[in-house]
Design a binder for this molecule. Structure first.
Ligand SMILES: [Zn+2]
Length: 338
């Protein structure tokens, strides 16, 4: 098969690789129906995370089960399934507490920007849809695999509840779906922080009631003005830079919470300053598996359409252009079809 491999900064190749096979009895191999480029793929693509060896790329996926190992009980060939970027057994204590991305047996799932993918711990990791979905539902189902699941976790970690005022830092695909998630959780007011017209428009479609274009000190100031000087009840941090993290913490009222899902790059917090903010912080790699059954149901019933974040669809063999378009911010998120 031909698949996506990153060799170094901005060096994406679509090249011959061995097709994946069952390596452990708990594995499945799935035929990818749709995959995509993640904002986090851009960190190594831009050389911010070092690429030390040619790396198969992609960790967002949905598709049809081709083959399962001898120990797989519940997942069957022919099922349409969705999984997340960490395989998890879904039976250990951390999984039981809903933190499958800290599973005692977790394994990263990589190489999804390909026609076929090996998924470890298939029974714990994969969630089947009620039936094989219609083609036009693929973008929204694919979104549940990571980008929606991550935005949902940001809102959940920020403890978003009915009637709350929520601010979202970051207008990438995760931030935009954080807006959608906060809306689903009943937020009364959702302030999207974005300086880009097309992203603001999508944020409003997903449920944003207000947009703040300022960043840093001015952004914090605007949130304070809009909340009678108090700050937001919940803030979703969906970027991962020192600036965005501080913007999130300082926009939150005492007793409020920040849910942070932007992978931190260079973020260092001053313990004493944090102490006096009275702000809750909770984040990490989103335990998407916890939310998958609910998110699939919301998509399947037509209640949400998170697939709108994909504003570029390309055949898989044009994956390099998919990366370039996101790197240059010409696209919010690129969907790839094998
Ligand atoms: Zn586990």
């Amino acid at each position: 098969m031909q698949a996506t491999v990153l060799y170094g900064p901005r060096d994406i190749r679509f090249e011959d690789r061995d097709a994946p096979t069952i390596m452990k009895p708990t594995d499945a191999v799935i035929r990818i129906a749709a995959t995509c480029v993640c904002g986090s793929d851009l960190w190594p693509y831009r050389g911010i995370n070092a690429v030390t060896a040619p790396t198969p790329m992609g960790h967002e996926y949905c598709g049809v089960v081709e083959e399962v190992g001898s120990a797989v009980k519940s997942i069957k060939p022919g099922q349409f399934v969705i999984g997340s970027f960490f395989a998890s057994d879904n039976t250990c204590p951390h999984c039981h507490h809903g933190y499958q991305t800290s599973c005692q047996h977790k394994e990263f799932v990589g190489g999804a920007q390909a026609p076929l993918l090996r998924v470890p711990l298939a029974d714990g990791t994969l969630v089947p849809t009620p039936d094989v979905p219609p083609d036009d539902m693929l973008p929204s189902l694919l979104a549940t695999s990571d980008v929606l699941g991550t935005g949902w976790f940001a809102a959940d970690a920020a403890n978003v509840k009915s009637g709350m005022t929520v601010a979202v830092v970051g207008d990438g695909a995760v931030g935009l779906l954080g807006v959608l998630s906060a809306k689903q959780m009943g937020a009364g007011r959702i302030i999207a922080m974005s300086g880009h017209a097309t992203r603001q428009k999508l944020a409003r479609e997903f449920g944003a009631t207000d947009v703040v274009t300022e960043r840093g000190d001015e952004g914090v100031e605007r949130i304070k003005e809009m909340t009678k000087g108090i700050g937001a009840d919940a803030v979703l941090e969906c970027v991962g830079t020192p600036q965005s993290m501080m913007q999130a913490i300082r926009s939150t009222r005492p007793g409020g919470a920040v849910g942070y899902v932007g992978v931190p790059h260079g973020v260092e917090l001053d313990g004493e300053k944090l102490f006096y903010t009275h702000v809750h912080l909770h984040g990490g790699p989103a335990p998407v598996r916890r939310y998958l059954p609910k998110l699939i149901e919301l998509v399947w019933s037509g209640k949400i359409n998170p697939g709108k974040v994909f504003d570029l669809t390309l055949p898989l063999d044009q994956v390099a252009e998919g990366y370039r378009a996101m790197d240059e911010r010409r696209a919010i998120k690129t969907l790839l079809r094998p």
